[in-house]
Design a protein around this ligand. Structure first.
Ligand code: SF4
Length: 250
């Protein structure tokens, strides 16, 4: 495995940011990206097991009628289902969302918490959703790990993990904190474009020389982790999720 301490994160961030026209990743994230924490939270729950386009449509419909915790808390599942149909597990989400809104009102005086511990006590909120709120809602250091970040981190060779949850723990340990905020958006964009789940476009990749998989493929060697294999989820992790709770990750 690549030595995480020697990994050239600044070069990787520079090249990916330039490739995807994201501007300077060193600019403080909150200055240009702050979003409403409540809508980040609910939008991320909607995004679980859902394509981005469907999430955007459902979020726009939902927030047009229920823009805050007060309005969503008194919505019924039958009112919500037509608005969020098209997202994965929408029946379950239609029951979870009002519960989540009520918990914010009753336990946190209507303010979405800004730390992982309190966020993960809310219905429907797991590590990825909680980290998204911390990063995108509050501009604080967090490490949201979805399937793109999990897959790419393993392909780069900086972690060797089986689940996004394990990847989050590993990345928090090895990635310097100053990269946490901008890392997720740039890796997600890379995963949607060049480093796709199937057939990554390694010859076109701007960070191929920093990628254990890309280097191995270029040299005709077997990659350290099969390049096209989707991440496996271990049964023990699936069992830890409670019944009826939406799966995390997209
Ligand atoms: S070289 Fe290939 S596997 Fe590595 S990050 Fe680039 S596209 Fe992904």
């Amino acid at each position: 495995m690549t030595d995480p301490k020697a990994y050239p994160w600044p070069k990787v961030m520079d090249r990916l940011s330039r490739t995807y026209g994201r501007g300077d990743w060193r600019v403080p994230y909150l200055r240009t990206h702050a979003e409403d924490p409540f809508q980040v939270l609910i939008g991320t729950i909607l995004s679980q097991r859902t394509r981005d386009e469907a999430t955007d449509v459902a979020s726009a419909r939902l927030f047009a009628r229920y823009p805050d915790a007060g309005s969503l808390a008194i919505a019924s599942p039958s009112e919500l289902e037509p608005l969020i149909r098209g997202t994965g597990f929408y029946h379950t989400k239609a029951r979870v969302l009002p519960k989540c809104a009520r918990a914010i009102l009753e336990r946190f005086a209507g303010e979405v918490p800004n730390d992982l511990g309190r966020l993960m006590t809310l219905p429907g909120v797991g590590p990825k959703t909680a980290n998204c709120v911390v990063v995108f809602g509050y501009g604080l250091p967090g490490m949201p790990v979805d399937t793109h970040v999990h897959r790419i981190a393993n392909r780069l060779g900086v972690v060797r993990t089986d689940t996004p949850e394990e990847t989050e723990v590993a990345l928090r340990r090895i990635v310097p904190e100053r990269f946490w905020l901008p890392l997720n958006p740039v890796l997600v964009q890379h995963g949607q474009n060049l480093c796709r789940p199937i057939h990554p476009k390694c010859p076109e990749c701007p960070i191929v020389e920093f990628c254990a998989t890309g280097i191995a493929l270029r040299e005709g060697r077997r990659p350290p982790r099969p390049a096209d294999a989707p991440a496996r989820r271990r049964p023990a992790v699936a069992r830890r999720r409670g019944p009826g709770r939406p799966a995390r990750g997209r």
